[in-house]
Each structure stands twice: as structure tokens, then as C-alpha cells.
Design a protein. Structure first.
Length: 189
């Protein structure tokens, strides 16, 4: 296989990173989605082993103790997410590049772990007001969750410059095309 490169997408909730990642996967690029593990409850629209590996808090803690994660963090109180080492190996063994859809701290931790073999992309909404609108339009979170996500979003935007590139998602098609160009440039390095 080619070099073991990875692609990291991070953003505050509501910036559109997941939509961009899915567009890249649907475009037939040589990627495989890196499925994160989490101990949070599964949403009705989510599938275990496709969207996340849903594990109990006890199982998550055991995986941490067994050093099974490339990176992990407690994103919200008692809610953790992490990237399993076995997941990365599964993707490389299938001849694909891992593509990550992770929060900002997770993205920076992955970049630190993979170094120059990673392209870390920060997806940014045009404003915090747009993020709020997108979160409300999703209809997946209650008011308390939306307020937590908004507070965290403002903090996360301060990390944008620590990523390799920033994609402003004010026009989805333009953001997807710019992302594809950045990926191609990175693969040709």
C-alpha cells in the first residue's frame, strides 16, 4: 500500500464537518471512515459499528486501562470518545486511508500522534449564529445540550490555527471542492 496517511476533520458542533466527510466518502475516494468508540447513549438514527462503537462506561474505562486507544477524551461530563488502535489497523489492512470525524481536542491529539502523516482539517462555520441555527435545525438535542455545544463551540474555534488547513463552510459545495483539492495536494506530497 501507499504511505500510511490519515485525514482528520475537526470542528465545533454544527460546522458541517460530518456532512463534508460523508461527501468525501460518497465521492469514491480511497477512504474508510474511522469509527470512534463512545460511552454515550445511541441516538435513534445511529447504528452501532457504523456511526460509533457504543460501549458501556465500564467497557470504555477497561479499554483505556488496556491502552487500546490512539487517543481518547472525556468530551462532556461522563461522556467519552476515543479512536481504537484496532480500528486504524482494520482500515490500513483494507488498503484505505482512515478519515476521522472528531472533536477539536481529539483532532489535535490525532495530529500529534500521526505527525506529518496526517492532514488535519478544521471546518469552520461562518459564525456562531450559523452554528446555533444548524444545531437547532438538526432537532437531535434538547435546549441544555444545545447551550453546552454553543459554549464549547466558541472555545473550540480558538484552536483553528493549530490545524494544517481551515475550510470555511459558508457554501457546502465550495467547501467540499476545496477539501478535495487539499486532500489531493497532501496525497501528492
Amino acid at each position: 500500500m501507499k504511505k500510511r496517511k490519515v485525514f482528520i476533520f475537526s470542528a465545533p458542533s454544527g460546522s458541517g464537518k460530518t456532512t463534508i466527510v460523508h461527501a468525501l466518502l460518497d465521492a469514491g475516494l480511497p477512504f474508510s471512515f474511522s469509527i470512534s468508540a463512545t460511552n454515550r447513549a445511541k441516538r435513534p438514527t445511529e447504528t452501532h459499528g457504523k456511526d460509533y462503537y457504543f460501549v458501556s462506561p465500564e467497557e470504555f474505562k477497561q479499554k483505556v486501562e488496556n491502552d487500546e486507544f490512539v487517543e481518547w477524551e472525556e468530551v462532556y461530563e461522563n461522556i467519552s470518545y476515543g479512536t481504537l488502535k484496532s480500528e486504524i489497523e482494520r482500515i490500513f489492512e483494507n488498503g484505505k486511508y482512515p478519515i476521522f470525524d472528531v472533536d477539536v481536542v481529539g483532532g489535535l491529539n490525532l495530529k500529534k500522534y500521526f505527525g506529518d502523516d496526517a492532514l488535519a482539517v478544521f471546518v469552520q462555520a461562518p459564525s456562531i449564529e450559523i452554528i446555533e441555527e444548524r444545531l437547532r435545525n438538526r432537532s437531535t438535542d434538547d435546549e441544555e445540550s444545545i447551550q453546552k455545544r454553543l459554549a464549547k463551540s466558541a472555545y473550540e474555534m480558538s484552536f483553528a490555527t493549530q490545524f494544517d488547513t481551515i475550510i470555511i463552510n459558508d457554501n457546502l459545495n465550495k467547501a467540499i471542492e476545496e477539501t478535495k483539492k487539499q486532500i489531493q495536494d497532501f496525497l501528492e506530497k
